[in-house]
Design a protein around this ligand. Structure first.
Ligand code: ATP
Ligand code: MG
Length: 555
């Protein structure tokens, strides 16, 4: 991709200065997800920032999985994350990397710290460790194992690695300062025992490095120049720097923190999103209601709309809440400019054109977009068509002056002008058929407009229209701050966030490629479902309504 992102954010300014001063020759960033869930819209912000910096300054961005918790991680998540980053339009430098690629080196680093007297094997039980750690108001106490000799530590650590101990029996800790005001520096754990298989290293290890002992060194090993992360890691920076300063690493990355993306009506935490999946509130991680990148993709978001959104919100050190209307705005403006137009009738009402021969068949050719060259499609026009029930009124009134009613005329979109003559009701008093006559024989807008149609209606041939399933979504969580109040966010799940209905679509839509988003004229933006749409059984998801008041999150 050639366009640049985040030109004006504070990290970009730092990078620019570092390049200008010669502090770095080439910027290297990384996006370091833990493969314990699918990526969400918050990650998109981090992806756009990290990959955006590399694009903007001709550098490189690595995709590295920080995979230090094998119990929670899986290949499914790795594959999904790779797909999402690629779909957003970014390319990582070289092969995908894993922190587990560095497990051997990290083990050597641990030995270095033991030998330099900077690490020790602690045999406190987890509950005791908690007690020794103290809290914000109370300094910690030194572990009774803190002064083990280097030899004993080396021996114990080797035995930990060899699998002689049970989970949690011992841990390797950095020897820093149990009285530090920064809890992260109170002799943090570096390695713990976990007898579990790892998705990358199999059963090679039964000790695994803690994230905090892994992240900074992985950055250093990759010679990352600007290690960009979210604000919650600010307090961890002194620890990362301590490790780097005490280890023979090949480079010293500098960490910069920015504010996470928080969106109202949305939870952006993999753990919480996993709960929605595990409890079958949604159909999966890529359910179109999910704020995951794959869910947004299935909902009809385009990569450009997400990237534009990330650019709009900017990057700062503040931690605010972004209004979901901004995300919708980015989506709608992209679709308004780029989505092909098509017609679908959601509440069909039959119109019989009585002036027409019974077997009349005509193919109307219409451009797929008013401004862009997106090709044309053919629409069969026949004696019987469907319009939307809401577009016909029994009687003319000022309020409904753009509607069809007896004695009044409307233009069919891309078609002719019709005049309604009368209608038929069923026993329940509902209008089930409108009769009309064709008034013009020239297609399209009539500049002279002598026939004065009241409005333009969308329509589909009754004999050639195809039935499609429509999945209509509204907000998944009906609280503005679902996880920032006292209650469990699950209590805010909207039970009516999905309704399934049908529509009669113009025949060309059945052949739509999955993931194509259309503007169904006068109805909204709909996307051919990525998984379920076929020509034989068309399925469309509501992406978003046409206007600002038709919110993605409206109830
Ligand atoms: P979660 O809490 O959802 O699990 P995480 O921060 O633990 O998120 P990681 O997989 O570790 O998830 O994140 C990879 C990168 O994405 C990190 O650098 C992290 O700071 C960033 N990131 C995660 N959530 C957000 C967010 N809401 N806004 C911006 N960046 C984010
Ligand atoms: Mg996490």
């Amino acid at each position: 991709m050639s366009e640049t992102n985040n030109v004006n954010n504070f990290v970009a300014k730092i990078v620019e200065e570092d390049l200008a001063s010669g502090k770095v020759d080439k910027v290297i960033t990384r996006f370091p997800p833990e493969p314990n869930g699918y990526l969400h819209v918050g990650h998109a912000k981090s992806i756009c920032l990290n990959f955006g910096l590399a694009e903007q300054f001709n550098g490189e961005c690595n995709l590295r999985f920080d995979d230090t918790n094998p119990e929670k991680e899986s290949q499914e998540y790795i594959d999904a994350i790779k797909e999402d980053v690629s779909w957003l339009g970014f390319k990582w430098a070289g092969d995908v990397r894993f922190s587990s690629d560095y497990f051997d080196t990290l083990f050597e680093y641990a030995l270095e710290l033991i030998k330099s007297g900077n690490a020790y094997v602690c045999s406190l039980k987890p509950e005791e460790s908690e007690e020794y750690k103290g809290d914000f108001n109370r300094p910690g106490k030194n572990s009774p194992y803190r002064d083990r000799s280097v030899e004993e530590n080396l021996d114990m650590f080797a035995r930990m690695k060899a699998g002689e101990f049970k989970d949690g029996e011992h841990a390797l800790r950095a020897k820093i300062d149990m009285a530090s005001g920064n809890m992260n520096l109170r002799d943090p754990i570096m390695y713990r025992i976990r007898h579990v298989e790892h998705h990358q290293t199999g059963d090679k290890w039964c000790i695994y490095p803690i994230y905090d002992f892994t992240h900074g060194q992985s950055d250093a090993l990759e010679k990352v120049t600007h290690s960009v992360c979210t604000l919650e890691f600010e307090d961890h920076r002194p620890l990362y720097d301590w490790y780097i300063d005490n280890l023979p690493v090949p480079a010293k990355p500098t960490q910069y923190e920015f504010g996470r993306l928080n969106l109202n009506y949305t939870v952006t935490s993999k753990r919480k999103l996993k709960k929605l999946v595990d409890e079958n509130v949604v159909s999966g991680w890529d359910d179109p209601r999910m704020p995951t990148i794959s869910g947004m993709r299935r909902r009809g978001f385009t990569p450009a709309s997400i990237r534009n959104f990330c650019e709009m919100i900017g990057v700062s050190r503040g931690d605010g809440v972004v209004d979901i209307a901004m995300l919708e705005h980015a989506l709608r403006s992209d679709l308004n400019t780029n989505a092909p137009r098509a017609m679908a009738v959601i509440k069909p009402l039959k119109v019989v054109i009585t002036s027409m021969a019974d077997d009349h068949y005509e193919e109307i050719t219409a451009a797929s977009h008013p401004d862009l060259d997106l090709g044309e499609r053919k629409m069969p026009f026949t004696k019987e068509i469907f319009i939307d029930q809401d577009d016909f009124k029994e009687e003319y009134s000022k309020k409904f002056k753009k509607k069809f009613c007896p004695g009044k005329r409307i233009r069919l979109r891309n078609g002719y002008v019709l005049e309604a003559t009368d209608f038929i009701k069923n026993d329940a008093g509902e209008i089930i058929q409108v009769n009309a006559i064709q008034v013009t024989t020239v297609l399209g807008e009539d500049p002279a407009d002598e026939v004065k149609p009241k409005g333009v209606l969308h329509w589909v041939s009754a004999s050639h229209g195809i039935e499609a399933e429509l999945r209509v979504y509204s907000r998944l969580l009906n609280h503005e701050a679902p996880d920032r109040g006292g209650e469990d966010f699950m209590t805010h799940v909207n039970p009516d966030s999905l309704s399934v209905t049908t529509a009669i679509i113009e025949p060309s839509l059945a052949a739509a490629a999955p993931e194509t988003v259309f503007q169904f004229e006068r109805e909204g933006y709909y996307v051919a479902d990525r998984r379920d749409h076929t020509a034989a059984k068309p399925v469309f998801n509501l992406t978003i309504g046409l206007r600002e008041d038709k919110s993605l999150t409206q109830q």
